[in-house]
Design a binder for this molecule. Structure first.
Ligand code: HAM
Length: 418
């Protein structure tokens, strides 16, 4: 027997109807929320030039150094499966928008990302993100817009136990001074650090703050604070972001250790965590990146964005037993030819109004027809016979309550919509 070919470890098939319904519902909610705030959809290729991520996410990050899927095409060009969406959206923005002097734009995107991480609960090698990127302004309220829309999406979907953590990294200019002070501090405690952390001090000192090691975290209590180094302008920005969130009544916690695992950020960074995800508790993250468009060859355009992990979000919603709004199902029974004609015309209107509606074309008694309706799981049955037709009404039978009433045919759509 030949050997079975299996799905790649950490990459999952999605085939369960109920799970897929939930995915579509989350995707539609995101489209509604971001579309409603003036964001347009963008779909970029899954494969990009590997250099795109090296120059944006950063060569010294785990994502690029250890997790990126790279490959050579037949022409020996180095490609990468995208590990995240921001760099691709920035590339596309430079290519199609800034080249036409359009320096402001807002995008949202949905799709698979790839990171060669050790698979575990909530961590996959192919996972899906919903994200948004807002280009063209450094206004603190645009940070609040991104954080606020993300927060609203999650709460509107029914998540309650979520925590928004916020930090500022200062602007790139003030960060240099801070990084020098941090490096000094870390070199001072060099001997107390393990070899992996010692190596990190040299290559990316900021990421040491992110250490999961409680011993390292204890030592870091004395480390210099970014707030002592940031410029007046960055401080003002930071305060405005907090004031905006407070005014929108979005609760947040300040977390000076929050640095994020990607290199392009400055000023505001944030993460949303949720209970019930275990170790992989970040559902969403993002922040401001004012230099990236320029670093990737575009003009100087500030930007801010976020991304959330679909698998994590869906597993939280499943644990909460989220009930999806269900489209109501109508089954129409005409008891003689003329009644069928009238009802059939009504069906089109009902479908346009958002109902799932179908007509019974089968033979048999009323009882047999009702049985078919119930087998199809109808919420309502519409019954029209000669006497109802003479009165201009239709019988509306509620299949769950087993009750029925007459309503004027002309009011069918409006009375059902309520
Ligand atoms: P990130 O924090 O690397 O940010 O990823 C965002 C979210 O993707 C995480 O909070 C998590 O829910 C999900 N995620 C990441 N890795 C995995 C994985 N291996 N398995 C399952 N879910 C995962 C970014 O990617 C930035 N591009 C966000 C951003 C947009 N910043 C500015 N604009």
């Amino acid at each position: 027997m030949s050997q079975k070919i299996r799905a790649i470890k950490g990459m999952e098939d999605l085939y369960q109807t109920e799970t897929l319904k939930l995915w579509r519902f989350v995707e539609q909610s995101a489209r509604d929320i971001f579309g409603g705030a003036g964001f347009q959809e963008i779909r970029t290729p899954i494969v990009e030039d590997a250099a795109l991520f090296e120059r944006s996410v950063g060569e010294a990050t785990d994502i690029v150094e250890k997790e990126m899927y790279t490959l050579l095409d037949r022409n020996e060009k180095r490609l990468a499966l995208r590990p995240e969406g921001t760099a691709s959206v920035v590339r596309a923005f430079i290519e199609h928008f800034t080249s036409h002097q359009i320096l402001e734009a807002k995008f949202y995107y949905l799709g698979p990302m790839f990171r060669y991480e050790r698979p575990q609960k909530g961590r996959y090698r192919q996972f899906h993100q919903i994200g948004a990127e807002l280009f063209g302004t450094d206004h603190p309220l645009s940070d609040v817009e991104i954080i606020g829309l993300t927060f609203r999406l999650l709460t509107q979907l029914g998540l309650t136990n979520i925590k928004l953590k916020l930090n500022t990294l200062g602007s790139s200019a003030c960060r240099e001074k801070y990084l020098a002070a941090l490096k000094d501090f870390l070199q001072g405690i060099h001997d107390k650090l393990d070899p992996a952390t010692q190596a990190r001090v040299q290559r990316s000192p900021l990421r040491v703050l992110d250490s999961k090691d409680p011993e390292v975290q204890k030592l870091l209590k004395q480390s210099p604070s970014i707030l002592d180094f940031i410029s007046e302008e960055a401080k003002e920005h930071w305060q405005q972001v907090q004031a905006g969130l407070k005014r929108m009544e979005i609760p947040f916690e300040l977390d000076e250790r929050l640095v994020r695992g990607l290199d392009y950020y400055e000023k505001t960074v944030f993460e949303i965590t949720a209970e019930g995800l275990g170790a992989q508790n970040a559902v969403a993250g993002g922040g401001r990146y004012n230099r990236l468009v320029k670093d990737l060859g575009g003009p100087e355009v500030p930007a801010v964005g976020f991304a959330l992990g679909m698998e994590r979000l869906v597993s939280l919603l499943q644990a909460k037993n989220l009930k999806l709004p269900k489209r109501r199902r109508l089954y129409a029974l005409g008891l003689e030819e003329n009644s069928e004609q009238i009802l059939f015309a009504e069906l089109t209107k009902l479908r346009q109004a958002g109902f799932i509606a179908q007509m019974d074309f089968g033979s048999g008694s009323l009882k047999a027809k009702l049985k078919r309706a119930s087998r199809w799981d109808a919420d309502f049955v519409l019954i029209l016979g000669e006497s109802e037709r003479d009165k201009g009404v239709v019988i509306l039978r509620d299949m769950h309550a087993s009750t029925q009433k007459e309503i004027p045919i002309s009011e069918l759509v409006t009375s059902l919509k309520i």
